[in-house]
Design a protein around this ligand. Structure first.
Ligand SMILES: [Zn+2]
Length: 137
């Protein structure tokens, strides 16, 4: 799904990248029907890889559609953002890479996520227990 950059703003120590989804709508996730109509928009905040040691947040405008076949409405998914995660897949990879050599609080501060979110991600990917054994705190 293509997305276009709409600009960049600074907010405190965070860089906000404004992005809007464009292109053909995705088919209905419930029935697979491809005829859907626009049904509103929302802005979704997604954390991305930090830049120069500062958090980067994507403010993505995603579109809502309604299926002409089954009548269900749905938001389009954002490429590179898995499931209900509020971060990009590449940020998740970045955190897993940083985790062995840095404290969770540092990773959280640099990425703009809470420490709990960082812990939950690493726990889900199995890195957390290993880290706790190696560096108890
Ligand atoms: Zn449908």
């Amino acid at each position: 799904m293509p997305a276009i950059a709409k600009g960049k703003t600074e907010e405190g120590d965070k860089t906000i990248l404004h992005v809007e989804m464009t292109g053909e709508p995705s088919p209905c996730p419930s029935c697979g029907f491809s005829e859907v109509v626009g049904f509103g928009k929302r802005t979704q905040s997604v954390a991305d890889i930090p830049e120069n040691g500062k958090p980067v947040v994507l403010q993505v405008i995603t579109r809502r559609f309604r299926c002409k076949n089954c009548g269900r409405s749905f938001y389009e998914s954002v490429e590179g953002v898995g499931g209900n995660r509020r971060m990009t897949d590449r940020l998740a990879d970045w955190i897993r890479n940083e985790a062995p050599s840095r404290r969770f609080t540092e990773i959280a501060a640099e990425s703009g996520l809470s420490e709990g979110t960082v812990r939950a991600l690493l726990r889900a990917s199995g890195d957390y227990e290993r880290r706790k054994r190696e560096q108890p705190n």
